[in-house]
Write a protein that binds this ligand. Sequence first.
Ligand code: NAD
Length: 298
Amino acid sequence: MHIGFLGLGNMGGPMARNLLKAGHRLSVYDPSATAVAGLAEAGAQPADSPAAVARAGVEAIITMLPAAAQVRQVYLGDDGLLAHVPAGVLLIDSSTIDPMSAREVAAAAARNGNPMVDAPVSGGTVGAAAATLTFMVGGSEAQFQQAQPILSAMGRNIVHCGASGNGQVAKVANNMLLGISMIGVAEAMSLGVALGMDAKVLAGVINSSSGRCWSSEVNNPFPGVLENGPASRGYSGGFGTDLMLKDLGLASEAAKQVRQPVILGALAQQLYQASSLRGQGALDFSAIIRLYRPEDAT
Ligand code: NAD
């Protein structure tokens, strides 16, 4: 299949490579010449604008962009995708953006005669490279069926979450919970150790008891508990604090629109904001534990 791909960053780059590995032909665009050159070397056809991708004879286009502003610009801009793409071409946006913007862009695509799904991911850069991402897909059943074979070259779990925008709904709800649960684990681990417990023993108890969760088991924030986790290498790598902040911002924005209280989500947002202000924005979000254990801050 001939596919267009826009946004070849930390996530999009490896995702596009996996499409090439699966035998698809790619036309790619990114404002970063280095990003485009890397994909061209791997066998993709470079394009010099979104319009050029739209007119390259592609059957589907995938976007993996930083935020809603870029998604709007790339799809709805005067020289954007919708102004140039032929009707019938499937559009897939895998960027993490707010559900309302996703629905707005998909509605504009529908008026243009283009089926469009929102398909944000979880699994991070490791999942992007290994083609083990989870895709949360919003769109009609027919659109999901059309997108599924393409997405399965880049991910392991492709979940239909319901109508347009619901992929983003699932993503913001999950990441808000993740942000909250990490703070809970950081607080509980810090308390237990301050009261005299060994961190590894405490983590072992939590992970075989009712407090167990991904943040305690797979990404425990306490240094030394998981030999290969971000906490044991100064919180480098992993899922950045500023990316978590972005997702919590999306959750509270979306919540405001339906007047839904997100009390812990808003508190978590403020705590990650404080963590970012301390210079931890690029560190794994589990570095939030340093708010409880200042002696760890180096
Ligand atoms: P990134 O900043 O590494 O990559 C974004 C890419 O988009 C860059 O190469 C940039 O040059 C390109 N871009 C910017 N404007 C563009 C435009 N107008 N047209 C085409 N390309 C443009 O970001 P990332 O880490 O790859 O994240 C992409 C999306 O995936 C974000 O929405 C992010 O929230 C989400 N996400 C990231 C992770 C992660 O762990 N990094 C995990 C899950 C979801």
